[in-house]
Design a protein around this ligand. Structure first.
Ligand SMILES: [Mg+2]
Length: 235
């Protein structure tokens, strides 16, 4: 019997979801454009004002659309000195509902590559954000069948990854994480001894940006998901 083409270095491969398996940041980008159009009269520095409030609100609301919309409303109230009208608030609420019902757009090559990788590796989906929205996207993506485990978490840091790997009895040294955020998907994993494949998306949210040493070990950067198998074969 022929041995499966398996890279014994890894027991499991983790995948981020938003902007790794499907489009996400584009929705926020488009919503923020509308926010700018609606509130353009109030301030030239809307994006910076919003970012500051989003950053402060993470500890209250976590990541995802709901917290984003609350931050839009809070920014509007602040900038308008509490004068913002109900129509504007209503526009933001509808923006959120539209984002939360937007059909999932899976990125090119994702389905075929997950199918192939799932034959040889245990795949774990690790995503953060609103529970209900993440569940909806996972369900409607049709991709859940390729994953042995699915973890929806509120923050992706060393503690989170350690907890997940302990839970499934995976040695961090034999864990590979794939994602579009160095801050959330790659650096916390390499810091606990795992490896990372960083696949940047065309847009990166300001709060996911991080300074990093391009020479730092433990991860590689690939252009797309279709290059993972070739990388595994030569590793
Ligand atoms: Mg992501």
């Amino acid at each position: 019997m022929t041995r499966k083409q398996e890279n014994n270095e890894f027991e499991a491969i983790g995948f981020d979801a938003d902007d790794t398996l499907w489009e996400n940041e584009t929705l926020f980008y488009n919503a923020q454009k509308i926010f700018n159009e609606v509130l353009g009269n109030y301030n030239d520095n809307l994006d910076q004002k919003l970012l500051k409030i989003e950053k402060q609100n993470i500890e209250y609301y976590g990541y995802g659309v709901k917290g984003f919309i609350l931050s839009l409303i809070e920014t509007a109230i602040k900038l308008s000195n509490k004068k913002v009208d109900n129509d504007t608030i209503n526009t933001f609420l509808n923006l959120g509902k539209n984002m939360l019902s937007e059909p999932v757009k899976i990125l090119p090559g994702v389905k075929s590559n997950l199918r192939m990788l799932s034959k040889n590796y245990k795949l774990i989906l690790i995503t953060k954000g609103d529970l209900l929205d993440q569940e909806r996207k996972i369900e409607s993506s049709g991709l859940s069948k390729y994953f042995t485990h699915i973890e929806i978490v509120s923050e992706k840091n060393k503690t989170t990854y350690t907890r997940i790997l302990n839970k499934y009895k995976i040695n961090p040294k034999k864990f590979l994480m794939v994602g579009n955020s160095l801050k959330s998907d790659i650096l916390p994993v390499t810091e606990i001894g795992g490896k990372g494949i960083y696949i940047p998306y065309q847009l990166t949210w300001e709060l996911e940006k991080v300074d990093y040493d391009p020479k730092s070990k433990g991860y590689v950067q690939l252009d797309n998901i279709s290059l993972i198998r070739a990388w595994l074969e030569k590793t």
